[in-house]
Design a protein around this ligand. Structure first.
Ligand SMILES: *Cc1c(COP(=O)(O)O)cnc(C)c1O
Length: 421
């Protein structure tokens, strides 16, 4: 039996159970921005393997650091014990985050980093005997697939079977010049009930690469703080250079109370989650009363192997060649966007840092719309490019090591697709 046949027999993959779904492609090797299948066919990973990879696949430096760690300490309980990697990673990250971030809480993926953040906020008020229990979030938000993370995400086809079991959340529109005053008064009306405002800064990834301006985000953040509402910046996707700066919150002046990280944290090597917070949040839990504890711990919290991958990834991230790559990709995207922005098949084209998103025209024919996504996906796979559209939105979000030749090849295939599909 081939690997694909064996896979189809025993594996339940996320998002691909439709009877019409294509069989999975077996990948045997990764190098730089590319993946290779069993027959040696090369794919450019233009979506960074679900947005996690930042320095390229099987990076030798990360591999070396992980291998060294494996023979020293693979794992240790992270309650009552600690280890060098967890401490060093927290020290080095807190030093480059907004200045108010003082404590790091580990977990093991992006959804759990969000769960921890939401629990921190709710219990922050609970511990002080204040009943602020409502959460404010943005429409079309995505914060993960576990129940709490799903509850603070926009309601969609992904959540429908569970909607009646998700706790109540107030959803507001993305802030713009036109609605910002209106949003501020909505917040003021709810303020005494609001525990926190959770948001994906500057760009909503899963929502369809929806972008909004730092200026209005900043105004919203400032207003929340004036009303005593805590701020959670979910940087699971935007962290580590995606938006052109190290963190999306580097584009605003107001500082969030809590930040969530995963995806690029380990360079895309391993699962690791991190939630950071201010001293003020931490102090609301520091007590002689056991009931004030944040009872949340996963078996693989702060796994030493994952921490070693994150430390190695951080070394690479802080190397000047990475910021040069961010600028190079940003400039290349800009040039390509200028070239195709008036194409009649494109509804909009938008960019934030290393992320370029193109919304395809769908017209009024919705059957065309649903088949368009599959056609585009297959077209690029045949061309040796992994571009996994979100509905009618194609986006390029490459590992930062992608070469100019690889980028130009992707752009040229997109131009072909604009003519042919
Ligand atoms: C992917 C994502 C998550 C969830 O992370 P997982 O590791 O997939 O659980 C949370 N928030 C944002 C903004 C994301 O893009």
């Amino acid at each position: 039996m081939s690997l694909v046949e064996r896979d189809l027999k025993v594996i339940w993959h996320p998002y691909t159970q439709m009877k019409t779904a294509l069989p999975p492609i077996p990948i045997v090797k990764g190098e730089g921005a590319c993946l290779f299948d069993g027959e040696g066919k090369k794919y450019i990973d233009a979506v960074s393997s679900w947005w996690v990879n930042i320095h390229g696949h099987s990076h030798p430096y990360i591999a070396q650091k992980v291998a060294e760690q494996l023979s020293k300490l693979e794992h240790v309980i992270f309650a009552g014990f600690t280890h060098e990697g967890a401490v060093e990673l927290a020290e080095r990250l807190l030093a480059i985050l907004p200045g108010n971030q003082q404590k790091a809480f580990y977990s093991d993926n992006g959804s759990t980093a969000v769960e921890v953040a939401v629990k921190m906020c709710l219990q922050y008020w609970y511990n002080q005997g204040k009943s602020r229990t409502k959460i404010l979030a943005l429409k079309n938000a995505y914060h993960g697939d576990t129940f709490g993370a799903m509850a603070v995400s926009g309601r969609s086809a992904f959540t429908t079977p569970f909607d009646s079991m998700l706790f109540e959340v107030e959803f507001i529109d993305l802030p713009t010049i036109d609605n910002i005053e209106n949003l501020k008064s909505q917040i003021s009306n709810l303020k005494s009930q609001l525990a926190c405002f959770i948001f994906e800064p500057l760009i909503q990834g899963s929502g369809g690469m929806l972008m909004y301006e730092a200026e209005y985000l900043n105004e919203l953040m400032l207003h929340c703080h004036n009303e005593g509402v805590l701020l959670i910046a979910d940087e699971v996707f935007t962290g580590f250079g995606r938006t052109g700066k190290p963190f999306a919150c580097d584009h605003v002046t107001e500082q969030p109370d809590i930040m969530c990280f995963s995806k690029g944290l380990t360079g895309g090597t391993m699962a690791l989650g991190l939630t950071t917070c201010t001293q003020q949040i931490f102090d609301a839990f520091l007590s002689d009363d056991r009931l004030k504890t944040l009872f949340h711990g996963h078996s693989f919290t702060a796994n030493p192997i994952a921490c070693s991958a994150a430390l190695a990834s951080l070394d690479l991230f802080l190397d000047p060649s990475t910021s040069a790559n961010l600028k190079r990709i940003e400039a290349a995207h800009q040039q390509f966007a200028l070239k195709v922005k008036h194409h009649p098949k494109l509804k909009t084209i938008r960019q934030t840092g290393t992320i370029l998103a193109m919304e395809w025209q769908t017209g009024t024919d919705t059957s065309y719309f649903s088949s368009l996504r599959d056609k585009l996906y297959q077209y690029f796979l045949d061309a040796g490019i992994i571009l996994r559209p979100l509905g009618n939105v194609i986006y390029i979000l490459p590992p930062y090591c992608i070469t100019n030749e690889e980028l130009n090849y992707i752009y040229s295939k997109i131009e072909h697709a604009l003519e042919e599909i």
